[in-house]
Design a protein around this ligand. Structure first.
Ligand code: 26Y
Length: 821
């Protein structure tokens, strides 16, 4: 028994090899000679998981006996990316595992490649939740991530004839070795029906909800290990199943078919992730999903509290819950309901507990992206919650009236219910009113939150508002994805403690002039570019010259992110080359990646435009020695990890005031790309950190944008006032990129000329001129490399560890609980 224990937990090469073979045999039922690549991956995953579970059990025991205050991160999305390589890094056994693999004659990289990533998120918000899970464990903060175990995550993107085609994601098809099903951790979730008054045993009048539909949520747990620590936190995702009691009723009346149908209906709830990163009105299933995971999570927290600490009056001392945008904002009403209706708390006590429990992070200012639910739908699905929302509103608006005597306009603006047109519940207002803290995700964004979106709330409760600038984890985005750069940094700094304390990379600054380091730096970048070029060649057929500047824009496709501004620049370069206007061109590879929401027509047309331009340019021998364009299909965490290390230039060109923070900007810069960007989101802070001389700034400020919009913006004037801009748009309309079809791109170009809501034309000239400066700078390779080193050296602030420490100190009031290895 002692021997087995050792095999499953030991960190030596021998232990890893033995456990790998055991897992291959006893879990996969295979031996080395007949194992398929996927069997080998599963055995490697289980071997790694064995080591996690040991640490997990220790963590859980310690947190329980210490009654550790715990952060619950409530998020509809966790965009985790592949687990295996990351867990090996966090365990500190990548090298040992590689050697063990060699001795077993395994292809280590091929095994890593086998893993299907869990794509349980759309983009920035979901990936932020995943970076935060890594940092919470690394910073030793006891935490539970709560979300939905979608059977189908974000769609896989294929490009066919230049268009995006969505393919369904089947990440669970071959099994998921990282999760542990907990069929006994199961909670009922109620929907529909009506409410009624009744008298309890003490003669008190109380409310009771008589729902018409009930399903179960079942827990699936994934252990999240921190880097170089024993701490393992829990990611608990809920799967929807038919409720046992409901099935039973149906069987009793002999309705077998009905019972099976009910099962299918129930399981629909956790079936698929909504592939939008902006709500389009009132999708009933989405509201059902939100209530589903919120209700399960809060019931679970209450159960944990009753089992460990005791009475619920101390609930808010044990737990603090962070709402990742408004998607879990129903929590405010659901916790009130659970405390009052199921646990007999008074309104005042329940409200006090609720308000002390929740904190809310806002991720967008775009008014069209703020969630509201029609009162009619809300009432039909969640009648008890609507009553509670009305009651919260009544208490709250009385407070408002007291503060702003006679100002009913104020009351109308702050109300939980929007009364203009169809009555709707404003989820952001519910989140602000029900939380003790509200934060934006970058300095500029948090200021705009206070001065525009939530100005009235800020006037009411200024102390509630915070900023926590986003960060990203250097484990996944440097160590896992860019091992060459990681080695270089460790060599240069003399140790690898920068991986847990990213401020330590500043040591690189003092070596920025070293020609030795510069040569190695350049070589690491070139090697990453070779790798990417080889991958892109087999994925798309397009060959890139690794010596060319790799100019990359990778992020969701959105008008506000302005991929079409980038496209206009490419058309400009093309025309200048064709007209012989460039004497000595700096070769560039323009690389794009990103998914469009399936129903977002203009975003999909932008993808088509990029691919159409690529087709012409890549096949024009007069220019294709100087420029190439490629759209990397299926941008996700896994493909992203290939992209960041290979970028020379990072495109962060959103219209100022629209990108709340951005996190890709940080990932690129951490990997030594220089940024061309506007003063938007975290770009502002990145530029401050790396120094204005190491950042290519262009375009209007958020204030400029505001003024121009007030003064009546006329894109038409720009189109006619700039002959190059006009020539670029006209060339797109000429049919050159569309086999003579002059109509294809008109929805896009007409929109730019006549409306241009994101002011592409107003920033065009500044962008083109800035790109010119970029090219000139790239000619001086020594200077470029120096800037690249300084970018990395100064990125310490943008580690998600720093963000988590700020939350822990300023918002959550949680201390680390170290777990010894
Ligand atoms: C309501 C539903 C359809 C929905 C689903 C996902 C709405 C929004 C989203 C996702 C939003 C998102 O990813 N926002 C991004 O959050 C990042 C992390 O804070 C920011 O860096 C980025 O600027 C912001 O656009």
């Amino acid at each position: 028994a002692a021997e087995r224990e050792h095999t499953r937990t030991g960190m030596s090469k021998a232990a890893l090899k033995q456990d790998f073979l055991d897992n291959l045999f006893y879990i996969q039922g295979r031996f080395r000679e007949v194992a398929a690549p996927h069997d080998l991956y599963m055995a490697a995953a289980y071997t790694t998981r064995d080591r996690l579970l040991q640490r997990w059990v220790k963590s859980a025991q310690a947190f329980k006996t210490l009654h550790a205050r715990t952060l619950c991160y409530l998020s509809a999305e966790f965009l985790l990316g592949p687990h295996l390589a990351n867990n090996l890094v966090n365990l500190g056994i990548t090298g040992t595992a590689q050697e063990a693999g060699r001795e077993l004659d395994l292809d280590f990289d091929a095994i890593l490649e086998e893993e299907e990533e869990p794509g349980l998120g759309n983009g920035g918000l979901g990936r932020l939740a995943a970076c935060f899970m890594d940092s919470l464990s690394t910073c030793q903060i006891p935490a539970i991530g709560y979300g939905i175990r979608y059977e189908f995550g974000i769609f896989d993107q294929a490009i066919e004839d230049g268009w995006q085609v969505e393919k369904s994601d089947t990440w669970l098809r071959n099994g998921n070795p990282w999760e542990i099903p907990r069929p006994k951790i199961r909670f009922p979730v109620l929907y529909g029906g009506h409410t009624e008054q009744y008298r309890d045993q003490n003669g008190q009048t109380r409310m009771r909800w008589v729902p018409s539909w009930e399903i179960d949520g079942v827990a699936y747990d994934t252990p999240i290990l921190g880097y170089g620590v024993g701490n393992v936190n829990l990611l608990r995702l809920w799967k929807a199943e038919a409720s046992e009691s409901f099935d039973f009723q149906a069987f009793n009346v002999g309705d077998y078919y009905g019972a099976v149908h009910a099962k299918i209906e129930a399981e629909t709830i956790s079936k698929v992730l909504y592939p939008n990163d902006e709500p389009e009105a009132g999708k009933e299933l989405r509201l059902k999903q939100q209530h589903f995971f919120v209700s399960c999570s809060l019931q679970d927290m209450i159960r944990l509290h009753l089992n460990t600490v005791g009475p619920l009056d101390t609930f808010a001392d044990k737990f603090v819950a962070q709402l990742n945008d408004t998607h879990p904002a129903l929590s405010v009403a659901e916790l009130m309901r659970l405390l009052m209706d199921d646990h007999a708390m008074t309104w005042d006590d329940a409200w006090e507990t609720t308000r002390r429990t929740f904190c809310y992070t806002n991720h967008t200012l775009l008014p069209e992206a703020l969630e509201t639910w029609s009162v009619a739908l809300f009432e039909r699905l969640l009648p008890r919650h609507l009553e509670i929302v009305y009651e919260i509103n009544r208490h709250f608006l009385d407070e408002v009236r007291m503060r702003f005597l006679g100002d009913e306009d104020h009351v109308r603006r702050l109300s939980l219910i929007a009364e203009d047109g169809e009555r709707r519940v404003r989820m952001a207002h519910l989140a602000v009113i029900g939380s003790k803290a509200v934060n934006g995700v970058a300095a500029l964004h948090s200021e705009l939150v206070k001065s525009t979106l939530f100005k009235d709330f800020y006037d009411l409760w200024p102390e509630k508002f915070h900023n926590v600038t986003n960060g990203v984890t250097p484990r996944r985005f440097i160590v896992v994805s860019n091992p060459r750069l990681a080695r270089l940094i460790s060599d240069c700094c003399g140790q690898d403690d920068w991986i847990r304390d990213l401020d330590k990379v500043r040591e690189l600054e003092s070596h920025a002039e070293s020609t030795d380091l510069q040569a190695q730096w350049k070589a690491a970048k070139l090697a990453a570019k070779r790798d990417l070029a080889a991958w892109l060649k087999q994925a798309t057929g397009v060959a890139l010259d690794p010596e060319a500047m790799f100019d990359v824009q990778a992020k969701r496709i959105h008008e506000y992110k302005r991929q079409h501004l980038n496209a206009l620049h490419i058309v400009r370069c093309y025309q200048r080359l064709k007209q012989g206007l460039v004497r000595d061109p700096v070769p560039r590879a323009f690389i794009f990646g990103g998914k469009a929401a399936p129903g977002y027509f203009l975003a999909k047309l932008i993808i088509k435009l990029i691919n159409a331009i690529a087709d012409v340019i890549n096949n024009d021998p007069e220019v294709n020695g100087f420029m190439r364009v490629v759209f990397m299909p299926d941008f996700n965490v896994k493909t992203g990890q290939r992209l960041y290390p290979a970028a020379d230039l990072s495109e962060q060109i959103s219209l100022a005031g629209k990108e709340a923070s951005g996190t890709g900007n940080m990932k690129f810069s951490m990997n030594g790309a220089l940024t061309i960007g506007t003063l938007d989101g975290a770009n502002v802070e990145i530029r401050d950190a790396v120094g204005e001389e190491n950042f290519f700034l262009f375009g209007m400020t958020a204030e400029d944008v505001h003024e121009k919009q007030m003064g009546g913006y006329r894109p038409w004037d720009y189109y006619h006032g700039d002959h190059e801009l006009k020539a670029d748009i006209d060339l797109i309309n000429s049919g050159l990129f569309s086999h003579g079809d002059t109509k294809l791109f008109r929805p896009l170009t007409d929109n730019l000329i006549n409306h241009d809501p994101f002011m592409v034309l107003a920033d065009y000239r500044a962008y083109i001129e800035c790109q010119h400066r970029v090219s000139e700078a790239y000619r001086d390779q020594q200077h470029w490399v120096r800037m690249s080193i300084l970018n990395v050296a100064r990125m310490g602030y943008f580690s998600s560890d720093r963000a988590i420490r700020e939350y822990a100190r300023n918002i959550w009031d949680i201390e680390p609980t170290p777990i010894d290895l």
